[in-house]
Design a binder for this molecule. Structure first.
Ligand code: XIL
Length: 348
């Protein structure tokens, strides 16, 4: 009997520590399980050049966000030149495969082209520059892009209006005008304000809410709010819930717009996730979906979008100069435990 136990104990330890629970690689897909649109941000290069990536995107998601292709430096590389190639590739793919298209992003303080950085002109010239950028892009995709992140990250962490090239040249009310310009260009497009940290920083969430209430009261055409949600497995559920509630109370559409859940809190260069961490990630993906379903009324659910598709194409590693594994698919686009967590959360 004893020898049997001696044999079995190491076996159980091995099962738990070294052998993660297998995740079934077939079965229901995310978009089938989801009672609302389920999206991913996509990169043109991979969509065109990596068939496994393309198949995964096609199979799993019902909504697409352009990761970089519609940012100003990509789409408007010179004063008189627009490059539609990247945006067109994603949007054509979305249409061919019956997916909703969310455009990201018309106005941001990053991804500014060089020619804008060195632009010289008075406030009217700056106003025309931004107005014509917004309207040219929105008109080009009129009727093809269902919704836009019009302004991204305009509020700073201390709750003040972020000091950017746009606020410097256009004054503190520039955000409102961006929405008016976009609405004139495509009155049917849904217009979102997108930002990060609402789920983490109550000061910032309150400031974002105040700005959006003000825009609504003034009749500015704004239809939705995005919470980026770049979080870690250590993020508190109650904090996430509180931030989401604050945004939902505006009565606008609510988009979890850039979800990913990091593991490597210390941001070390070398990092191998433990099974315990991958299980925590599974749980956290499930929690976030359940909190969304619990807090956001059906009519306000614009859906959940993850930022990138698999751990291979995640922006996180580049961004932190470290190694991490924040997404539901691994580096070979195999489903992780995190995928299972998402499915469990999504299923009614
Ligand atoms: C990131 C992209 O994923 C990267 O490829 C790029 O180098 C920088 O921008 N918040 C946003 C996104 O709103 O636009 C950012 O995307 C990630 C953080």
């Amino acid at each position: 009997m004893r020898w049997l136990l001696l044999l079995l104990i190491p076996f159980f330890i091995w099962q738990k520590v070294y052998k993660p629970e297998e995740v079934k690689q077939d079965g229901i897909t995310l978009k089938q399980a989801a009672p609302f649109p389920l999206g991913a941000s996509v990169a043109v290069k991979l969509l065109l050049g990596d068939s496994l990536y393309r198949q995964t995107v096609e199979r799993e998601f019902s909504s697409l966000t352009s990761e970089n292709a519609l940012k100003m430096n990509r789409v408007h590389p010179a004063p008189d030149r627009y490059d539609w190639s990247g945006g067109d590739s994603i949007i054509n793919f979305a249409h061919q495969t019956g997916k909703r298209m969310h455009g990201h992003t018309l106005v941001w303080h990053r991804s500014i082209p060089k020619w804008v950085e060195s632009f010289q002109g008075d406030s009217l010239a700056w106003e025309n520059l931004l107005k014509s950028h917004i309207q040219t892009v929105v008109k080009h995709y009129k009727g093809k892009v269902r919704s836009w992140d019009v302004v991204n990250e305009a509020i700073d962490n201390d709750g003040s209006l972020r000091k950017t090239i746009w606020s410097d040249h256009l004054g503190s009310d520039y955000v409102a005008r961006c929405y008016q310009y976009a609405h004139e260009a495509d009155p049917n497009a849904l217009l979102f304000y997108n930002d990060f940290g609402q789920e983490n920083n109550p000061l910032k969430a309150t400031a974002i809410k105040a700005m959006l209430v003000d825009l609504k009261q003034r009749g500015i055409p704004i239809h939705g709010v995005g919470l980026q949600s770049h979080i870690t497995i250590y993020h508190s559920n109650s904090k996430y819930r509180a931030g989401l509630k604050e945004m939902t109370s505006l009565g606008l559409l609510v988009h979890i717009s850039e979800l990913d859940i990091r593991l490597n809190r210390k941001k070390t260069k070398e990092f191998i996730p433990s099974i315990g961490m991958l299980e925590q990630q599974e749980e956290k993906y499930k929690d976030i979906v359940e909190i969304y379903k619990d807090v956001v009324p059906v009519k306000q659910r614009y859906g959940i979008t993850i930022w990138n598709v698999g751990d291979k194409d995640s922006y996180v590693s580049d961004n932190c100069k470290c190694s991490d594994a924040p997404l539901p698919f691994d580096t070979n686009y195999k489903k992780k435990l995190a995928y299972k967590g998402l499915i469990e959360g999504l299923r009614e």
